[in-house]
Write a protein that binds this ligand. Structure first.
Ligand SMILES: Nc1ncnc2c1ncn2[C@@H]1O[C@H](COP(=O)(O)OP(=O)(O)O)[C@@H](O)[C@H]1O
Ligand SMILES: [Mg+2]
Length: 414
């Protein structure tokens, strides 16, 4: 399959149909070497490989080919004359009419001009517009100033290259609650339950069961992943320090992505397999397929027909959902939970689930710690969706501070 995809890009390049800064390396210089296939999704091809002595990730989405065929219907002159408008239209579709949107348009146009001659040819326009319509490549280019997004090395046609990170968070911390682990929760989080009476037990059940029990149902996938996990977890067992550092950096990553100049973003597929960890312990978003600007996410939700709330979700069901307006049978555009709350409710307890920390938490002398962690989760559940970067920053810094309290209590004990 890969050979076909590659052949397609290179023959289209030779015919002058597609272009890109990496086409020469890929099709003429033979500078890009392919490693193994990494994707679990059929329509997406993800490979590791090497380029100019660097380890890289190569990606292409089959949807790109459909877009490409669609654009083949346009004449060269239509393509070049509508190019600027197409970019402006797409930026506004994604981020709304943001004050810095024109900066993003300029940045994208400079990416499109792959040979830097300040002229956008039909081939460059066709290639770039189809690439921009792929959410992941668009987001990689829009968010490339964040240290928590992957380096974007360039593209040839629909194929693009990013930095490869040495560790995936799920290979260190696991992917899902095991059933045996879920059963320890009521005890460990008893204080949470007490405090959260006001908010109803449902919140707790939602926090601890849906995301992971849902993934338990994906047995075929899970089996391979847990095998990978057991191999990795034996190689690297994270210390408490690493666990806290991972969570601080994960929260920083969430803040950093939304602190871009164009508008807040939300990840709708936030499981740990989609986060990488660099050698400097920086957490990076590695899979932006379902990471959307708020404006676009609202549009996606509003377009959905529904019979009940269960129909109202985008990406992974548990991460980005809204309610069904039964008068109009369409979904509302307000997501119930933001990344911050998803991370706080699920990833924070999950990362500590197997550690001695948890067993110490269950001891009598550690009521303070149990309370601190429990209170943190409950605090997060009281947070309402932040609609400005300032509010989000404030909320994330507060959560980090509360996590520091948990850490301080832990280090006092150990
Ligand atoms: N930048 C990266 N560095 C290291 N590994 C990566 C990177 N991108 C993806 N991978 C690996 O490839 C897998 C699949 O990539 P991803 O983009 O998450 O696609 P999907 O989850 O849709 O199959 C990831 O779970 C991870 O193991
Ligand atoms: Mg993924």
């Amino acid at each position: 399959m890969w050979a076909v995809l590659l052949l397609f890009q290179c023959s289209a390049y030779k015919e002058g149909q597609v272009s890109g800064p990496l086409c020469s390396d890929l099709c003429e210089q033979n500078n890009i070497h392919l490693g193994k296939c990494l994707s679990s999704v059929t329509e997406k091809k993800v490979y590791d490989g090497a380029w100019q002595g660097r380890e890289v990730i190569l990606k292409v989405n089959e949807r790109w080919f459909m877009e490409f065929q669609e654009l083949q219907k346009k004449t060269d002159s239509d393509l070049t004359s509508s190019f600027q408008n197409d970019v402006v239209f797409w930026v506004e579709t994604m981020f709304g009419s943001c004050s810095q949107c024109s900066t993003l348009v300029e940045k994208l146009i400079s990416y499109a001009d792959s040979n830097h001659d300040e002229i956008i040819t039909a081939s460059e326009a066709r290639t770039f517009v189809t690439l921009m319509y792929q959410e992941e490549s668009f987001m990689l280019m829009a968010l490339n100033e964040s240290k928590h997004s992957l380096e974007f090395y360039g593209y040839c046609g629909g194929l693009y290259l990013t930095e490869k990170v040495p560790l995936i968070a799920s290979s260190v911390y696991g992917e899902k609650w095991e059933l045996s682990e879920v059963s320890i929760l009521p005890d460990v989080f008893e204080p949470v339950e007490e405090i959260s009476k006001n908010f109803g037990k449902k919140i707790l059940e939602a926090a601890f069961s849906i995301p992971y029990v849902y993934s338990i149902l994906n047995e075929a996938l899970t089996l391979t992943k847990s095998l990978i996990f057991s191999t990795f977890s034996q190689e690297h067992i994270p210390s408490q320090r690493e666990k806290f550092d991972f969570l601080y950096s994960l929260l920083d990553a969430t803040l950093s992505l939304s602190s871009n100049p164009y508008g807040l973003v939300q990840s709708c597929d936030i499981h740990l397999g989609n986060f990488g960890i660099t050698n400097d312990s920086v957490v990076k978003f590695i899979d932006l397929d379902f990471t959307y600007p708020f404006v676009f996410l609202r549009t996606l939700l509003k377009q959905k027909q529904c019979a009940s709330d269960e129909d109202c979700w985008v990406g992974a069901m548990e991460d980005c959902h809204s309610s069904c307006d039964l008068n109009t049978n369409t979904c509302t555009s307000v997501v119930h939970k933001q990344d911050l709350v998803n991370i706080c409710e699920t990833h924070i307890p999950f990362v500590f689930r197997r550690s001695s920390f948890i067993s110490e938490l269950t001891g009598n002398s550690t009521t303070g710690l149990r309370k601190a962690l429990g209170q943190l989760v409950v605090f997060c559940q009281t947070l309402s969706v932040a609609y400005s970067a300032e509010q989000l920053r404030h909320d994330i810094l507060t959560v980090k501070e509360k996590l520091r309290i948990v850490e301080r209590n832990f280090s006092k004990m150990s």
